[in-house]
Design a protein around this ligand. Sequence first.
Ligand code: ATP
Ligand code: MG
Length: 419
Amino acid sequence: MKKLRCVKGMHDILPEDISKWHYIENSFRALVGRYRYEEIRTPILEPLDLFIRGIGETTDIVEKEMYAFSDKGNAQLALRPEGTASVIRAFLQNNLDSISTISKLYYIGPMFRRERPAKGRYRQFYQAGAELIGVEEPSADAEIIAMAVHFVETLGIENVTVQINSLGDEDTRPRYRQALVEYFSKLQDNLCTDCIRRLDTNPLRILDCKVTGCAKAGAEAPSVLDFLTRDSSQHFEKLQEYLSLYNISFNVAPGMVRGLDYYTRTIFEIQGAGELLGAQSTIVGGGRYNGLVKQLGGRETPTIGFAFGIERLLLLLGEGANHLKSNFAFVAGVGNGDVTRAIIVAEQLRRSGINVDVPYKQGSLRAQLKRADKSGAVVAIIAGEDEYCRNAVTLRNLKTGEQQEVHLDTLAEKIRELM
Ligand code: ATP
Ligand code: MG
């Protein structure tokens, strides 16, 4: 029978790679914890309407990339394509604003977008993200960006650049939109069919189009920064002052708009260097979305957040994190009743906090030691009949081949020294 395969663009994460995932997830948890963010876990499946209302009907995600379907009861559902809309839905549904005026939340989990798979671009991918809900001040924007930058630094990833921009507020949007329509209308011959349609539906999205002709046409487009209100302008300047306080270097990128409709004021990206990422250079995307809470039925609430693509971080980590696998011991037995003794010794060691493997079935010592070595164990414990009568075992360093008899009482301690 033909073997079944997982869905195109989706991947199994195998044990040989999982230590890197744990490393990234644990580092993220530790880092955002230091800024006092707490984890929130929301369902992977949400009402389709949440994303249509939250992300915007004319965004690429909603138009083309969403896994949406009706279930057997005809409920319109979607696999979440990103985390923010779900977090805000949960924030509202659970009245988190009644507990505290400021909510600091983070999440880690799989997201789903039906994109064309490529290096660093998958149909199920993982994001880690954080949201700071309830603070209007640019100090919040700076903290969010600083946290993202510090996280990348914690992982030892170098040569990243930080791009920031401001999309202004509700006063900016219509005026900037008008300016873009005027500008791009003259360049229609150079635009792809999607972007010609976007001229009517969502001209801002043209600046986000990756098609060469559109990118070229957009290069000389009016700058959103010329359309900022005084308040938004001051917010953006203050943010830059704070970023200097955090010692973060950044570029102002007036052409950057990001792919979601909900952004207001600050948006930012962190880009990684070169070939490791293929065509996908953005590892972190984020920004302020002051309109989203209201859009989803709550009171107007200032909010800012970011999300990382974990797979893209992994591409940049390379082999560097391989040493993170945890060490373990292997208990081999010899003679009669060998597996029994192996199980007893192994269990004693596990209770002392040591990771231990056993052979499961009887076999020659040579075969068992070979297995221990091949499995990557650091030490082997030979629980032979003679030593065992003396409440002792033989401890073998699998790297050097050195052996010594060790009393069971001090065994865990001795193993720890060798690990
Ligand atoms: P891109 O421009 O690469 O499509 P995006 O603007 O759609 O990114 P966001 O929605 O802001 O990305 O998501 C934040 C991060 O999530 C991205 O910077 C990236 O690291 C990661 N990401 C987004 N889409 C994918 C995907 N299909 N596969 C893997 N990672 C992804
Ligand atoms: Mg995208």
